[in-house]
Design a protein. Sequence first.
Length: 352
Amino acid sequence: MLKIAIIVGARPQFIKLAPLQLALKSLPVQEILIHTGQHYDTNMSEVFFRTLKLHQPHYILNHGGKSHGDMTGAILRDVEEILLQNKPDFTLVFGDTNSTLAAALASIKLQIPIIHIEAGLRSFDHKMPEEINRILTDRISKILCCPTQNAIQNLINEGFNSFDCIIKNTGDIMKDSSLLFEKFAKKPPLQLQKKFTICTIHRQENLNKNALENIFQALEIIAQNTQVILPLHPSTKRYINPSDYKNITFSSPLSYLEMLYLLKNTQSVLTDSGGLQKEAYFFKKPCLVLRENSEWSELIMHKYNLLVGNKTHTILESFANISKLCNFSYTQNFYGNGDTSQKIIEILKEFL
């Protein structure tokens, strides 16, 4: 029997965990689930634990709301203690959060091999904390589960072929999650017009007065003709006053299931989120990316998503011409067939 420590800390990681936990039931595996407390969507708890019968975390830490250094150091310290107590065969981490890097560092210092889900992604922007987290986690991981061929090529370009690691194209586990949770989607408590667009803003690069003024000026103009639904992230809320914008439909943060409902019914997406860019593609919605770069380069290259930055005129011009600028074919399959979890299971079988 394999013993695997699985570390989650942010809402997207719980969402990615769900299909993997279901798949792991087919293996003789003992899971040690560690929730770092970075943040969590309580609205998902019933679906996770009652409907899907997923395991509750064995350890719940309390490391949300801290600076990058403080959070990373505290998680590293506490996860190290848990790993020492449980002595797992592997540590499994998702994505690019502080929880990801901290758990990977704790693991490698104890010589416990790391499985990194979503390995190889690069935005090539070292100002992004997430980029640093993913680069460092990749470098110390033993099994690199890449969501795309581009991700594999990034690792090859960085010399990973000469490292002692296993590189596999497993597809994107968020495709598994979208297929799993789509049937649970629920309408949010909002007055929805027939046509609307959804927008999210929370990236560090946009959390400054100038960038937010530019973005919200564009959104306010767009909202004169198309309903703009904007679940307001707590970080963004510190910088703006919603009452200054009369046309935008603001809401408190929505659950993943409510966001899925909006994604299925929206006309388009405007976001600086990494995950939402990809989910827009899953649901065949054009997406304007409010950033200068994206880790999902294949979506930019094939014009399913457009990089528009945070300048008012670029956002407005791109939105007005979205039907001409975006690729609406959705014929390419970049992220697999929703069987990523099963491919990870096949890798683990080799170690039983």
